[in-house]
Design a protein around this ligand. Sequence first.
Ligand code: F6P
Length: 554
Amino acid sequence: MSTQSSPMTPLSHLSSSDKLVELQKQLAGTHLRDLFDADKQRFDKYTMEAAGLFLDYSKNLINDDVLASLTKMAEEAKLPEAIKAMFSGEKINNTEGRAVLHTALRNFGTDPIMVDGKDVMPMIRDTHKRMKEITQQVHKGEWKGHTGKPVKHIVNIGIGGSYLGLKTAINALTPYHVEGLEHHYVANIDPNEISEVLRKIDPETTLFIVASKSFGTLETLQNAQAARKFMLEQGCAEADIRKHFVAISTNLKAIDEFGIAQENTLPLWDWVGGRYSLWSTIGLMISLVVGFDNFERLLKGAWEMDKHFAEAPLDKNMPVLMGMLGIWYQNYFGAESHAVISYDYFLRDFPGHLQQMDMESNGKRTTLDGKTVDYQTGAVIWGGTGTNDQHAYHQLLHQGTRLIPVDFVAPATSHNPLGEQHPWLFANAVAQSQAMMQGKTLEEIRDEMLAAGTAAEDVERLAPHKVIPGNRPNNMIVPEKITPEIAGALFALYEQKVFVQGVLWQVNSFDQWGVELGKVLGNRVYDRITEKGATTDQDSSTNGLVNRFKQFNA
Ligand code: F6P
């Protein structure tokens, strides 16, 4: 198999790119297996550790020259300057005129962090205090519903960054959940989703958290209205609604108009991107489910990774390395997607969170200065959990025609060391990584079949089907265990990796104009769906689909 899936799209605006084109040509004919045979120290050479995360990147199509050239390219793209600009609160989100400071939310240093001449750290500390108070009130049974009963159910109403990251963190930290609190999520506008949640909760003991950076998101507002209506129908007086709702937003006016009491609101700031907001007040649900101390541990883990990212030299910097390896495959090998597979059930939501974090950040085609790129940008991110996925799509990873780099995340120890199951789980992760690297040649298969007594005719017929080309690059991330600190470091690692790639691709990783058109057209189609009579003023497909809906909803 060729190690190129689609045409390469080098970053030719950078002079260091030519060397990478040359190196790709040399390496395209080399098998990973040969690289391992040629250098017995490859594992020692190509592994590193940061913030409790161990990374084995030895099974990549790289050598010292490639790594040096990737580092050179990162320097030429002024990555160190970009990292400094982000951490120091420069307005690097240039299409919205905003700083990008989710890193301040997890900063435990003592230096001020300035935005528009104001130190944001005191505000952040104040909100942490408030989050801690709310968490303690709920845990101690002091936060009471309209009939005087303590909270037993918490429902997060929010979508995108006001849902994916916090849910991923909460599930990742399952062993740290406090007893006696049930957590639920409503994100989609699909009425099936909220109906299912409302069926499970007890209105007397439920606290809804309406999480929306903008407080203008259709899904969240509709679901919040539905929850409010439900509470009123279940006997909660209008005056007592405040006992069941907390809201988090940058838009305090909109919260007020919605009718949530001011004392139950938590602020957010425009310098926190939605998909980077789990570290902010949007993380209240995390604090409620795992306790504020564990939420703080999560922040501290992310801070450790941030310090590493800000301070380590480029060639020993984990997010930089992972970001540059992604560039190597997407732009020089024509890879189009990137899979992240966790060998930990508690990390099952991680790919979903990464999809928003990565694809909403780097799914862009316009450079910071307004030009259309002539190279590929953000990869398609996908994945799941091992070993389930081995019995689903790994076939394509091993024998399909596409080059799909994979990150395996496999903790060395389990919170549930049940019999031999965790050793088996870890063994499977390592074996998948090894199989992707090594593959199996036609000769090996023929020899094996002949040795097993298979007739020569059958060997010739079947052996080609059994060939596994190998040479499929992959990383292994091996923390000791998924603790709050490790989860924080892991999420921050990928955030910073996405940042690195955005810098190299020259895009603004912190806006998301692409989602706007769908929202605007959604309003227009909704108007047509609810108007009387046949719709005729749109394109024929839209007219036809709207009219079909009306046929069944007259
Ligand atoms: O999908 C667009 C988006 O704006 C995301 O960036 C964001 O995380 C999500 O919608 C939810 O937005 P909000 O938190 O403002 O409700």
